[in-house]
Ligand binder design. Structure first.
Ligand code: AMP
Length: 189
């Protein structure tokens, strides 16, 4: 059964929600770089102080910091049985670094779940979330910047996994239960 899973897609595509569900259903940790950065900010750590203005602006945290964080996280004992990686890799450099890391620990990705969603729906969902969760990066101009970065930097990562034949495209506009049913069929395949 596939347990080394990556979720990829624009902000607002529901990948975080589904990643949490996969984590609970398959007993693998949900590894989210965005959550890790937000926790560092909330805890007032040195890393948190460094990344706070970057998250608030919607730009990407430098690769060096992000790759080091993921390297450390994937070396924890609870990631031995697998993981669901969410928010990383965000660009081609990070994708190459991830390949190296997974090669080192002898665990290739089983499946990359791609949450395909148009910008209009993604923006509408993010604005709704902004009202519910009060995230500073869900302000309209920051949302636009985050989606632009997704198209510029993360879409090439989608193409890379598509070419590698590990990409499973989901209809991310469906209900949470429908999308999860598609995911379950992808993970047993
Ligand atoms: P997310 O919750 O995944 O949308 O991430 C929130 C913010 O954290 C992003 O807008 C970036 O500023 C930062 N971030 C999360 N993951 C990464 C990553 N892989 N590389 C660089 N920055 C990241």
């Amino acid at each position: 059964m596939a347990t080394n899973v990556l979720v990829l897609g624009p902000q607002g595509s529901g990948k975080g929600t589904q990643a949490k569900r996969i984590s609970a259903a398959y007993g693998v940790p949900h590894v989210s770089t965005g959550d890790m950065f937000r926790a560092a900010i909330a805890d007032g750590t040195e890393l948190g102080r460094q990344v706070q203005p970057i998250l608030a602006s919607g730009e990407l945290v430098p690769d060096e910091l992000t790759v080091a964080l993921i390297r450390e996280r994937l070396s924890q004992p609870d990631a031995e049985e697998g993981f669901v990686l969410d928010g990383f890799p965000r660009n081609l450099v990070q994708a190459e670094e991830l390949d190296v890391m997974l090669e080192e620990i002898g665990r290739p990705l089983d499946c990359v779940l791609f949450f395909d969603l148009d910008d209009e729906t993604a923006t509408r969902r993010l604005l709704g979330r902004a009202a519910d969760e009060n995230r500073p990066d869900d302000a309209p101009e920051v949302i636009a910047r985050r989606l632009a970065i997704y198209h510029e930097q993360t879409e090439p990562v989608v193409e890379r996994y598509r070419e590698a034949g590990v990409l499973f495209a989901l209809r991310a506009g469906g209900s949470v239960d429908d999308v999860f049913a598609e995911i379950e069929s992808a993970l047993v395949a």
